[in-house]
Design a protein around this ligand. Sequence first.
Ligand code: PSV
Ligand code: MN
Length: 426
Amino acid sequence: MKIQAENIQDANKNLLDAHNENFDFLANKLTKNGHKVEDILNKLAEFQVAIPSWALGAGGTRFGRFSFYGEPSSLEQKIEDVGILHSLTQTAGAVSLHIPWDVPEDYNAVKELASSLDIKFDAVNSNTFQDQKDAAETYKYGSLSNTSQAVREQAIQHNLDVINIGNKLGSKALTVWLADGSCFPGQNNFQTAFQNTQDSLKDIYKGLPDDWKMLVEYKPYEPNFYSTVIQDWGASLMLANECGEKAYTLVDLGHHLPNSNIEQIVSILQLKGKLGGFHFNDSKYGDDDLTVGSIKPYALFLIFNELVYGMENNPQNPDLAWMIDASHNVKDPLEDLIQSLEAIQEAFAKALLIDQDELKAAQLDNDVVKCQEILQTAYRTDVRPLIEKARLNRGGAISPIKAYRELDLRNHLIDSRGKHTIATGL
Ligand code: PSV
Ligand code: MN
């Protein structure tokens, strides 16, 4: 299903006058305060976030899964869903595939479909956290860290296969997230597990094409509840450094213990040129996989402040692979993703309003109050008209959620796909 430009224009009609009024008011105010509104709009338009192929269906929890029906049951349908998101928001111009959930059957057809919807293939994700049908070895006690060489070899080969699949689609990065760890003290030798992981990653790295990156994701707990082999950014950075210059750390917002200072982590990684990717979500307690910005929008803004600083001041750090990484059980996945995209754009736009020179001067003066005022003045600005304008300029919806509902898109998907389809994924 493809949304026509006229459908979006129709949905925009009733909102256009109010949008123009709000935008003019904000643009005047920002211009008077020395901001370059056109530059901000361009940066917002350029900022594209990958949608993970597994997030288009109901993710659920281990206690249950409640579908919104009409879920995509093939990779093509998943790409069509990303197409819907991208048409409405103009921000979801990439998809991040999880293998083996989404191995293409017809590469050319999949590539053509994606390019017709203006969607690129971002990082490909390997999966050694689940056993695959007919696999010779089990990952029950770990994959790249396993004490068995045969298991490690199977997991290494899987990652090489994923690189191969990504290569055929035009991806340029492999994300490795390991569930490896232990549930009970004494179960694992920490050093052996870490060393095995290091050696396995090096073997994968050898198969990485020259223009690719390897992104090493960390997570403190879950599914293992006592220890995780790559539990934090320090472990990830050590592994990346050992592998080589094409290996980077990937930060997932939800993969921190409560109250961790994530903005400081991303800042230092960028200084060292080692931040490769970022997964967006939100959480109240742990890796709760909630809609971006739904719990701690100020923390997200502070993270974006550092990301923007890094993007402007750290040429040693590469462009980042951005991806939403959240699960859905009580919301329509597409609506949830729209809300996440909106929250990301909002935090980004607010961070762009921070006058970095003024902040630097206040920091040099040790004017702590002024520093806080500068950040919070930006944070308190209602930037939604800017985001609307950036979308509108590219043919998107003023309000993607309203348009999605007005166009009755979920029901159209149910009509064309059926009610009880199930998307592969978690
Ligand atoms: C693990 O919790 C994770 O954040 C990794 O990025 C996975 O690829 C994704 O979620 C889906 O399991
Ligand atoms: Mn993640």
